[in-house]
Design a binder for this molecule. Structure first.
Ligand code: SAM
Ligand code: SF4
Length: 381
């Protein structure tokens, strides 16, 4: 397939996703990178990722921190640990944090998040003009009143992936009970948007049984929902989950990785001014995965600032490969966000591209999507 022949209708997206020619894939990612630069520039926005807890009430069949996984050692960060991580993000001039965790709707947890949001907003920051940290939440489905409470307490972005737009596939990878409802997830996403959040969504890529048509439909859903931000990444298996143990069909790593990049690239062409995250799941499959995500059209990077002792227990998928050596210098990387002294940037795999100007950093900025800013005027600069 020639890149000139690419169309962004459903058939064109399916053809692009099914094309395995390296030259096409490379041309697509290059075109997406150029589109990003033309519309939103070279800046990458940073969000310090705080994995607040791996305690979850749900049982998604693919996820290593699902409620019934007895092999998972549970933790919950204390208020002090969360605030220390947020303070670190402010000191590093990340501009924003993401608080992500298992889904819990109990009153103590809801109150804790409200309390933390107010405390994070009151932290002194190193951003220009002392702007408070921006906060994105990713804590699953909650009653509308809870979303409202957290919005009022200072959260302004929320990431809730729909996991897949195909309901049949959704029910193949989730238990069939009241806690796991595709319809409810869609409603929750609409609630977030109606409240005024930058309501981000996304799906897993290259799931068992997922077709190119399913993935094309996911892309078209982001467009129809007018998502200001999208976080999507390849499905990576965890041995302790029912999905892996059932022997569900799995594409080889290289194919899941290539699809991960292609989905980012196609979405950038479809929605040139939105925020697209380069997911950690890409780096599980390739040591330069998140960097290649940025060079294929993504513009958001989330350095993990969870205390290391707890980070290793947040095993959605097998994360061992994240503790690799620096791909540039060969310096051993001891932890997921080890700062390599030979690279100019705290996540070493972007070093070269920072130096040659293909990537610049939006230091200390919230980095709201231009798409959202154009639609509303909630931004910090
Ligand atoms: N519990 C919240 C939720 O589900 O929305 C937020 C945290 S959850 C761990 C964040 C995302 O992790 C999910 O939306 C899902 O797409 C992703 N995830 C879980 N297990 C995964 C796996 N095995 N491979 C890739 N992504 C996975
Ligand atoms: Fe819980 Fe989210 Fe994992 Fe589902 S994907 S089991 S809701 S943490």
């Amino acid at each position: 397939m020639d890149i000139q022949d690419l169309t962004l209708d459903r058939d064109g997206l399916i053809a692009a996703l099914e094309c395995n020619e390296p030259a096409f894939n490379e041309a697509l990612c290059k075109k997406a990178y150029e589109t990003k630069v033309a519309h939103i520039g070279t800046d990458v926005y940073l969000r310090g990722l705080i994995e607040i807890s791996n305690i979850c009430a749900k049982n998604c069949l693919y996820c290593g921190i699902r409620h019934d996984n007895t092999a998972c050692t549970r933790y919950e960060l204390s208020d002090e640990e969360v605030l220390a991580a947020a303070t670190k993000a402010a000191r590093m001039r990340y501009g924003s944090v993401v608080i992500q965790g298992g889904e819990r709707t109990d009153a103590a947890f809801v109150r804790k998040i409200t309390r933390l949001l107010k405390a994070i907003k009151a932290l002194p920051t190193a951003s220009e003009g002392g702007i408070p940290l921006g906060v994105t939440l990713s804590l699953g489905e909650q009653p509308r009143e809870v979303y409202e409470e957290w919005f009022a307490a200072g959260a302004h972005r929320y990431l809730l992936r729909i996991e897949t737009t195909n309901p049949d596939l959704y029910y193949k990878i989730h238990p069939h009970d009241a806690l796991h409802s595709h319809e409810r997830r869609m409603e929750a996403l609409q609630d977030l948007k109606a409240i005024g959040y930058q309501a981000g969504t996304g799906a897993m890529i290259a799931l068992p049984w997922q077709t190119a048509a399913d993935m094309a439909d996911d892309l078209l859903f982001y467009k129809a929902f007018d998502a200001p931000m999208v976080g999507m990444g390849p499905y990576d298996p965890n041995d302790e989950t029912p999905l892996t143990q059932s022997g569900a069909p799995l594409l080889p790593d290289e194919q899941r990785f290539a699809l991960g990049l292609k989905m980012i690239a196609l979405l950038r062409l479809l929605m040139p001014d939105i925020n697209i995250a380069s997911a950690t799941a890409l780096e599980v499959l390739n040591p330069r995965g998140r960097e290649l995500g940025i060079l294929s059209g993504a513009n958001v990077f989330m350095p993990n600032i969870t205390p290391e002792e707890q980070m290793v227990k947040y095993n959605l998928y097998d994360r061992k490969t994240l503790l690799r050596d620096c791909p540039h210098s060969g310096e051993p990387r001891k932890e997921e966000n080890h700062i390599c002294k030979n690279c100019v940037f705290p996540f070493c795999s972007l070093g070269e591209n920072l130096q040659n100007g293909k990537v610049t950093i939006g230091w200390g900025r919230w980095g709201d999507s231009l798409h959202f800013q154009r639609n509303k005027s909630i931004h910090n600069e």
